[in-house]
Write a protein that binds this ligand. Sequence first.
Ligand code: GLP
Length: 265
Amino acid sequence: MEVVLLPTPEDCGRVVADAVAGSVLDALARGGPVVLGLATGSSPLLAYRELLRRHREEGLEFAGVQAFLLDEYVGLPAGHPESYREVIRRELTDALGLDPAVVHGPDGSAADPLRAARDYEQLLLSAGPVAVQVLGIGANGHLGFNEPGSSLASRTRVKTLTEQTRSDNARFFGGDVAAVPRHVLTQGLGTILGAGHLVLVATGEAKADAVAAAVEGPLTASCPGSVLQLHPHVTVVVDESAGSRLARAEHYRYVLSHKLEAQGW
Ligand code: GLP
């Protein structure tokens, strides 16, 4: 695992964009379908803005790329502005020129959400593997919508949100916690581990405990983010605030400043 500690959230956005663009370009160069794993939430937004800038100004192309979302609320009607499918179209994929038909997410409006979860897992397995998966982390250590207690081997399924996550996400629903769905569909932690490269981004003090637990704490379902420790290619990109409780911060800075160019992201 590489931990990249940077001064500002904007610096984090640039490094995440570098890592995503690099993995996508490598996968395109190898030929065959390229699958990009996307997260919603506020953490990746600066990276997405940087990818959009490179697309507009530097000709970074995503033709031939399919995108798969991590998770979705259950019960929001298709097209609801806060459904993750709509959010990702608005924030990223429309402007990148990706046809909505190649931007996939679990179907949270399905009459049978359990079946929708199985179908999504199958779709992902048949289209994948995901070349690079962008991840945020919840203040309680959740990845996607895998709340504490989620099996480290889990696959896409229906989950129930904690009240903390509902209240954290109420800001997207006009501050109304009651409007935040209680149930969600999420890729499992085992599903996420199937991606070739995991890039987690976190900024701000509120994420400092979760980042320290995920990176340096024990491997435990009580901190779903700790599952990253099982993956062979992980890049954790944090600003000074989110990285402020990392015990080995000095070592991560030392490693970064002595990085060989050939190591890439
Ligand atoms: C949300 C999402 C996650 C996201 C996390 C952190 O509930 N389901 O995918 O990474 O919580 O969100 P944010 O980046 O807005 O802090």
